[in-house]
Design a protein around this ligand. Structure first.
Ligand code: KG4
Ligand code: ZN
Length: 349
């Protein structure tokens, strides 16, 4: 099946042309072409995503990328588009664009909606270490993005349940907010991990929130506040309204490493509690924060130690992209669980 896929839930315009064959036991994906327009430069001066600007960027990029894809109606069997969760103005831009595209050019092609989190959830299928999905379930998947932090039990490709999630800030959000306090650029996750490479993670003993709570929920707002108090106690505030501090570069590295270690310890501990409880055969990680090398290494090493498979997509498919949306759209199509595009666009997983 040839799929044209569009993702516009946040600050990346993703578009892909895929050829996917096979059934739910054996999915065979070929990426014919994929394009991604990131908006980091647009949002950087504001330190975070500005929804109105993001919508404008999507409106500008969608026609350009579609043109560049040079796709004809005869080349497409199904169109998939993200319908949520995400920023409403961004989601509607994608949905309305697809509706217009269908009316103008693809009148005989069906359009289905895709849950963005299902896109992340199925991105493990792109892992270079995955030969077949036979014998990999039950699996525990940690889904960590800018808006979500979840531990998911996958009994099969299509039977899964969320065991726990964040009660406040998502992991990526905590990375972004702490990066801002440290005066690092947006998006904060990659910046913190870069600084952390030159820092000592033993410098500050930040809390590991809810690490022993006995459930699979997370709470990262306390950790963020602990970083703030540490900064207030140790460095001079330069702009009191925007919580900026005068911090030497080497200290930024130490604080980044300590914060990163605290968040990763918590994520890894909860993931493996679930692995033990459900006797999982595999561990997976997805979402933007899955691009973090230390998180990947920690999960991979512990999986090896416990004799479990470990799967993660190549880094560029951890952050938002069109490919994962087409993949999730195909799986939902096969299992008869396709979402309607008219439905409320902020679907949760
Ligand atoms: O999945 P994603 O692209 O968008 C959402 O669905 O939210 O995730 C974006 C999040 C941002 O918070 C970003 O800071 C974080 O992923 N991120 C990282 C890294 N790369 C991206 N966090 C930690 N380490 C990274 N290397
Ligand atoms: Zn995402």
């Amino acid at each position: 099946m040839r799929i044209l896929s569009i993702e516009t839930s946040c600050d990346e315009t993703g578009i892909a042309l895929l050829n996917i064959e096979g059934d739910l036991d054996n999915i065979n994906l070929k990426i014919k072409k994929e394009l991604l327009a990131t908006q980091f430069e647009t949002h950087r001066p504001f330190g975070g995503v500005v929804p109105g600007l993001a919508r404008r960027e999507h409106e500008k990029n969608l026609p350009l990328l579609t043109k560049e894809l040079e796709v004809k109606e005869k080349d497409v069997d199904l169109i998939t588009v993200t319908v949520g969760p995400g920023l409403d103005p961004c989601l509607w831009t994608g949905i309305n664009f697809v509706k217009e595209l269908q009316a103008e050019k693809f009148s005989n092609t069906e359009v289905v909606g895709v849950n963005h989190m299902e896109g992340h959830l199925y991105s493990f299928l792109l892992s270079e270490d995955l030969e077949s999905i036979e014998d990999i379930f039950p699996a525990i998947q940690l889904v960590v993005s800018g808006g979500h932090t979840m531990v998911v039990l996958m009994k099969s490709l299509t039977q899964w349940e969320v065991l726990g999630e964040t009660r406040d800030d998502a992991a990526g959000e905590a990375f972004d907010k702490v990066a801002r306090m440290l005066g690092l650029e947006y998006p904060g996750g990659p910046e913190i991990s870069k600084f952390a490479e030159n820092g000592d993670s033993q410098t500050v003993d930040f809390p590991r929130p809810m690490i022993n709570s006995g459930d699979y929920d997370f709470s990262f707002s306390g950790l963020k506040t602990a970083v703030l108090y540490y900064l207030k106690d140790n460095f001079k505030e330069i702009e009191s309204s925007d919580l900026k501090f005068d911090i030497p570069r080497d200290k930024k590295a130490d604080i980044s490493a300590s914060f990163q270690k605290a968040i990763i310890d918590t994520l890894v501990s909860k993931t493996f509690r679930a692995v033990e409880e459900f006797n999982a055969k595999s561990v997976m990680v997805s979402g933007g924060v899955a691009a973090n090398t230390l998180l990947q290494e920690s999960l991979k090493n512990k999986s090896k130690e416990k004799n479990k498979n470990f799967f993660v997509a190549p880094a560029r498919y951890n952050t938002d992209n069109g490919v994962m949306i087409g993949l999730a759209g195909y799986i939902n199509f096969l299992s008869g669980n396709s979402h309607k595009i008219e439905s409320q666009p902020n679907l949760s997983l």
